[in-house]
Ligand binder design. Structure first.
Ligand code: ASP
Ligand code: MG
Length: 469
């Protein structure tokens, strides 16, 4: 029985015009598909506000977190008012919003009572989860008002994860059981479940989150476990682009990408998709479409198995901050890699991350990708953790730390296209290259460069992509 999962990002829910579009799209697709399931993000900017509230609470700034809670309350209520929900549904929804805001308040009080130097990821997870809970209630109520049988579902009831708070990893076997127990019965009854993205819970019931941008990952896990026909991700741009349109306004839509290309693009910095969401889709050849709510008829981007024999082409360029370690000796890297994994463990939970390594007899260069899923201050946190580890083990001190840019060109079968690789290197002109690597997927060519050359490198590689496209 064909089922469609649609994920709506915060930028498609944050304003009345976008939200109206989103609701219209859901009602239309509910006619076209046997079953429809929705995954929703928090309204645009809400996760950041919640994190700010948790930070205020950490320093026991009661006025600060109360002010943020009041802003969040009025923002959500105003949205509902503008969409003219009728009584009694409007009273019920207002009561639900108030209940969630008071849960936010209680969580902040609890944080303020715990005197830690840093906010614990466990504490911030409980606070940020409120954003998605608010939006799921609103979307479900508005769909019901328009005649659909929709029910808000808490992702914490369904997605069971490990305990790496802030960047947790779902346990597919445990989650599959919850999908059968919680979601299947709703779908069988012809309902539209509106599931909160981004959040899960440990088997013991503690709230976790899947990393920034994690609603995509929730949608991909649920799509895989429900064996759906397709997953559509709705956003406010025309799908995946050849570069970040905020950085390079002449960026073009990419009509089609292979799974590996999409995964590498997300991994090396494109924020439009959560990097870990591709694997569950790839394993099942499940098609993913990324579409613009304001242009629902436009094709957007299709991520699907690469057509056999497609000639190698460069399709996109992306960048992410990297943390580089250098020393003026060669020799074994085991000591420092152990320090790095320990620092990553402290900052990100258990996950290790890809390193570019280059070595010669008298110098070593090692560069880590800072995943976008750990949030905007992730680089700083990782750097602090690494510095602390190095002071703890003074014999490892000769390493100097520096921030670098990792600029990546994405394309298919780059291993079979030496001329394309040469063009990409030539496009960089006189920009100094610290290190470079061809991804094991053969879909990415990554350059470690001085941070201040990031924009120029993006621009020059993008010109090449447009010219050859
Ligand atoms: N609301 C979360 C975030 O801002 C998750 C998501 O939007 O995917 O990171
Ligand atoms: Mg996103």
């Amino acid at each position: 029985m064909p089922t469609l999962v649609m994920k709506f990002g915060g930028n498609t829910l944050g304003t009345t015009s976008a939200l109206e579009q989103a609701l219209r799209i859901v009602l239309e697709q509910a006619e076209n598909w046997e079953h429809v399931l929705l995954v929703v993000s928090a309204l645009d900017g809400v996760t950041d506000m919640l994190l700010a509230a948790a930070q205020r609470a950490r320093i026991a700034d009661q006025r600060g977190y109360r002010r943020i809670a009041a802003n969040l309350r009025s923002r959500h209520l105003a949205l509902v008012e503008q969409l003219a929900l009728e009584a009694p549904a409007s009273q019920t929804l207002q009561a639900e919003i108030d209940q969630l805001i008071s849960a936010l308040h209680d969580n902040c009080v609890a944080i303020a009572q715990n005197l830690h130097d840093e906010l614990l990821p466990r504490e911030s997870d409980a606070v940020v989860a409120i954003g998605e809970r608010l939006s799921a209630q609103i979307v479900a109520a508005l769909l019901r008002q328009r005649g659909a049988r929709a029910a808000a579902v808490d992702g914490a009831e369904v997605i069971i994860t490990d305990s790496a708070h802030g960047n947790a990893e779902p346990d597919l076997a445990l989650t599959a059981r919850r999908v059968d127990a919680v979601l299947q019965p709703l779908l069988q009854r012809g309902m539209i479940p509106v599931v909160t993205g981004f959040i899960g819970a440990t088997a013991a019931g503690a709230i976790t989150t899947l990393g920034r941008g994690g609603s995509d990952y929730s949608a991909s896990i649920l799509s895989a476990l429900l064996s759906v026909r397709e997953l559509w991700i709705w956003t406010d741009v025309d799908g995946m682009m050849s570069a970040d349109p905020r950085q390079l306004p002449d960026a073009l839509n990419i009509p089609r990408l292979g799974y590996q290309e999409a995964a590498d693009l997300a991994y090396f910095g494109a924020r439009i998709l959560h990097a870990r969401m591709i694997l569950p889709l790839l394993e099942r050849s499940l098609p993913l479409r990324i579409k613009n709510v304001f242009e629902p008829g436009a094709p957007g981007t299709l991520v699907a198995p690469s057509p056999v024999g497609a000639p190698p082409t460069l399709k996109a360029v992306t960048s992410v901050e990297g943390l580089a370690l250098r020393r003026l000796t060669g020799g074994s890297l085991t000591g420092v890699t152990r320090l790095i994994s320990a620092a990553l463990q402290d900052t990100l939970g258990a996950r290790s991350d890809v390193m570019l390594v280059s070595q010669s007899p008298n110098s070593s260069f090692l560069c880590l990708v800072i995943p976008t899923s750990i949030g905007s201050d992730g680089g700083k946190r990782l750097r602090r953790a690494l510095q602390a580890k190095m002071t703890q083990f003074p014999e490892k001190l000769p390493w100097a730390l520096e921030s670098v840019a990792l600029v990546t060109a994405i394309g298919n079968r780059l291993n079979a296209a030496p001329a394309l690789l040469a063009d990409a290197m030539r496009a960089l002109g006189d920009i100094e290259i610290y290190a470079l690597a061809l991804g094991a997927s053969h879909c990415s060519l990554t350059f470690a460069l001085p941070l201040q050359q990031r924009r120029r490198a993006l621009l020059q590689l993008h010109q090449l992509i447009i010219k050859s496209g």
